[in-house]
Design a protein around this ligand. Structure first.
Ligand code: SAH
Length: 350
């Protein structure tokens, strides 16, 4: 059965009319689902009984079910392992920042991009998430924590641009005037760099922030840690993100996970500078330096604080804005995709 959380207002309207209910019921239904986050059709008080019954025959209001919850004793960050209706599990993170509560959500079950340092991709892609399952992670976290979420980053498991249509539907649903009405400026989409999809996204002219997972600044080096680099050359990736900036006026941010001995040297500072400041094509960019979160299946480690600081100062000296990403919930760490994997492995051992 279809989850009503997946439906946009015009789709609900089509159903309402098909069932011979008056058109104005559409908005009421949509608000119950997307604004009031109800979990039961009976709670839709301003709808007649026959409409509620018809809805419950055709749709569900299922939310991801809590499977495990980890709360950081350091900064209140929470990590959730949710179970979907078909038994698949996904991870989501809740973080408290000064600028508001932020949800980091998954867009796929697993991932097929194969980045060498990432736990989400170790067992490949199981399936795409629907827009309602992406929203469901936010609704479920708000219900569990009792706290409102004002910022969303698509940086959990999965490659958002490999699930383009549902991710776009999610963005429309969450930022629509009726419903949650979350500002698109508070949404960040992170991608490993699927060039044609970045261009397509630019054409949508949304207000969301694009983050590019760069991690290395030459094709040669990037190929060693990100298989997508065999598909798209960095020069084409850079052209695409520049195009994104031209179309939307939104600053692009670059994710750079520092891995000891791989991408953390002087020559990497120079290569990154060259990439971002090529003559005549400078555009407002921001680099997020992330000490790599080691996963036990691979022997990557992060450089020490001093080396990370030196990398940052090197970039700043060359006029590149950057920040070292504050580690959130380091006591419940587990890199992206690690919680789900650990739970799977535990079960296999049982
Ligand atoms: N597939 C998308 C979004 C999900 S990953 C992308 O590639 O951007 C979100 C970010 O976490 C990406 O920048 C990714 O490269 C990074 N990441 C994954 N595993 C990591 C790890 N072990 N340590 C640090 N960053 C990691």
């Amino acid at each position: 059965m279809q989850n009503l959380r997946d439906l946009e207002e015009n789709e609900i309207e089509a159903w309402v009319l098909e069932q011979h209910f008056p058109k104005y019921r559409t908005k009421q239904i949509f608000q119950w689902v997307q604004e009031k986050d109800v979990e039961d059709f009976q709670a839709m008080e301003n709808l007649p009984k026959d409409l509620r019954e018809k809805l419950s025959k055709d749709f569900t209001l299922t939310l991801p079910k809590l499977y495990r919850r980890y709360v950081s004793q350091i900064d209140g960050t929470e990590k959730f392992l949710f179970e979907l209706s078909d038994g698949h599990r996904i991870e989501s993170v809740f973080m408290e920042y000064r600028h508001g509560n932020t949800a980091c959500i998954s867009t796929q079950v697993g991932c097929k991009m194969g980045c060498a340092f990432c736990a989400s991709t170790l067992s490949g892609l199981a399936r795409n998430l629907s827009s309602g399952e992406m929203l469901g992670q936010i609704v479920a976290m708000e219900k569990i924590t009792g706290k409102k979420i004002s910022n969303v980053v698509l940086m959990g498991s999965g490659e958002p641009l490999d699930n383009y249509d549902e991710v776009l539907r999610f963005i429309r649903l969450i930022s629509g005037k009726t419903g949650r009405n979350l500002s698109q400026r508070n949404i960040t989409l992170s991608t490993c760099g699927i060039v044609p999809k970045i261009r397509e996204l630019a054409e949508e002219e949304l207000g969301i922030t694009l983050a590019l997972s760069l991690h290395a600044s030459t094709d040669e080096k990037r190929k060693k840690i990100m298989p997508i680099a065999y598909r798209y050359a960095l020069s084409d990736v850079m052209d695409a993100v520049r195009f994104y900036f031209q179309k939307t006026g939104r600053r692009v941010s670059f994710e750079y996970a520092l891995v000891l001995g791989i991408n953390d040297g002087e020559e990497d500072v120079l290569a990154l500078t060259k990439l971002l400041k090529k003559k005549g094509v400078h555009f407002p960019a921001h680099v997020n330096l992330i000490p790599v979160n080691p996963i036990k299946e691979r022997d990557f480690t992060a450089p020490d604080r001093k080396k990370i600081q030196r990398f940052k100062e090197g970039l700043e000296k060359n006029g590149i804005a950057c920040t070292i990403r504050r580690e959130m919930g380091s006591d419940i760490s587990g890199a992206c995709g690690q919680l789900r994997r650990d739970a799977e492995l535990e079960e296999r051992e049982d």
